[in-house]
Design a protein around this ligand. Structure first.
Ligand code: EPZ
Length: 419
């Protein structure tokens, strides 16, 4: 397994182009199952999770061409609507194919995703919604078996789950009649999915608001679509710049997707310049100030930037409090940051971070995608020593060649390939 070695204390300076969003492209790939003719996606990021979704769809019979950042997906009239455990357990987003398979082919057999390091991550909201749409659902040997004709109805989501919202939107596009989703997720990735489906001939209104209305249609056809930029990747690089007393600009982004995040950087005293498709963050002359952060569903502060923000706050002036309200176990990075000299105490879903003068490099272990990004940021911040991060496969799921891109900004970072 590869390792990443970082010698910190180099300020990151420069511009970095942001790629297509992992959390947009995965549901878009799943949604292509609904189309009776080929779909084309542009700005597809080259990430391990995209390769996993490609493998899952291909083994079901979908023909996929993926070169550079261009992907075509052609779904024959008959595919094997089965998503095996060995692929679904690797990537929870595989569960997003349940809705499209059921809607188009009337049946699906998808492995339950199981938990992961950040939480048990149940799928009850997905299944309850599909049952309301008329699906017959049973669990057998760790698989969800769903079948039946779908009929539009009103569905209230107990929590604005991103995946459940996506599964239910996709299912409702081919249901008979109209479906309204109340309390859906409002993330930009939901809007991107709705845009893609509407180009395929779906009739979706209200994506990004508290009620989404989907009028069922008979069939959908292929279309072409440009994946929205990755707001989490952008936020990660901006935090890395601020954490190293640097000056980083992220390009090819949609600034309003990062509105709440930017207000937090402003609260810390960062100097921020917002362009049409870029954000530049410069470190202030005085130390950054401690702040309080509560993660919330969009448009609140994104849980996917919580770990990276915690790394940054370890050396802020004062005491910060982070409250994680979206996942029940998303502080695994705290113990590793403490090994690097951070002063963090955890009380349930609250982390108290007392600013220290500096972090020191140490061997650390990645536990999940965003925790590993936090460890990279901490390594870049460390004023002395070397940080060796193991299990970087977590990082590769959501960040493309991160060590090369950080090195282009001045980081002293390299990847060691180990069998
Ligand atoms: C999506 O996961 C993202 N993944 C996650 O990004 C992101 O953290 C999350 O949304 C929240 O924004 C993709 O889009 C591929 P949820 P998802 O359903 O859909 C509970 C990353 O790092 N819940 O909104 O799985 C659940 O346990 C990843 O890129 C239920 O209780 O998230 C969690 O506590 C990590 N029952 C909360 O809702 C359900 O049926 C949010 O989960 C579904 C969810």
């Amino acid at each position: 397994m590869d390792k990443i070695i970082i010698r910190g204390n180099n300020p990151l300076k420069g511009r970095i182009p942001i790629h297509g969003a992992k959390n947009a492209v995965l549901p878009l790939m799943a949604a292509s199952i609904l189309a009776e003719s080929p779909c084309i996606l542009h700005n597809v990021p080259c990430l391990h999770d995209v390769f996993t979704m490609d493998k899952l769809l291909t083994q079901m019979g979908v023909q996929i061409e993926f070169t550079g950042r261009y992907m075509t997906l052609s779904v024959p009239n008959r595919i094997s609507p089965i998503a095996p455990y060995d692929l679904v357990r690797k990537m929870r987003a595989s569960f997003f194919i349940l809705g499209p398979l059921l809607a188009r082919f009337g049946k699906a057999r998808v492995s339950l995703p199981g938990g992961c390091s950040i939480g048990t991550r149940p799928v009850d909201i997905h299944l309850k919604g599909l049952e309301k749409l008329g699906a017959k659902i049973r669990l057998e040997e760790g698989y969800v078996i769903a079948e039946g004709k779908l009929k539009g109805t009103d569905i209230y989501l107990d929590f604005p789950s991103v995946g459940a919202t996506e599964n239910l939107i996709m299912s409702a596009t081919l249901a008979k009649g109209t479906t309204r989703l109340f309390n859906p997720a409002q993330e930009p990735e939901i809007i991107d999915l709705a845009d893609f489906l509407n180009k395929m001939g779906a009739k979706i209104e209200g994506a990004g608001t508290e009620v989404i209305t989907i009028k069922g249609t008979k069939s959908l056809c292929g279309t072409e679509h440009h994946v929205i930029p990755d707001r989490i990747e952008a936020g990660t690089f901006l935090i890395a710049g601020l954490a190293t007393n640097g000056d980083v600009q992220v390009n090819n982004i949609i600034p309003e997707h990062l509105h709440t995040f930017i207000t937090k950087l402003d609260e810390m005293g960062a100097e921020i310049q917002i362009g049409h498709h870029s954000i530049r963050v410069k470190t202030p002359t005085r130390p950054i100030k401690a702040i309080n952060v509560t993660t919330l569903p969009y448009p609140g502060f994104p849980t996917d930037l919580q770990a990276q923000m915690m790394a940054l706050l370890t050396c802020a002036e004062g005491t910060s409090i982070i409250k994680e309200t979206v996942f029940e176990n998303r502080f695994l990075h705290a113990a590793e940051l403490i090994r690097m000299g951070a002063d963090i105490s955890l009380e349930g879903n609250t982390a108290i971070i007392r600013g220290v003068k500096k972090l020191k490099g140490a061997p650390v272990m990645a536990s999940d995608l965003r925790a590993s990004a936090a460890l990279v940021i901490a390594g870049l911040m460390a004023k002395e020593g070397e940080t060796i991060i193991s299990r970087v496969y977590h990082l590769d799921r959501g960040y493309e060649r991160i060590e090369e891109r950080l090195a282009s900004l001045g980081a002293d970072i390299q990847r060691i390939h180990e069998e």
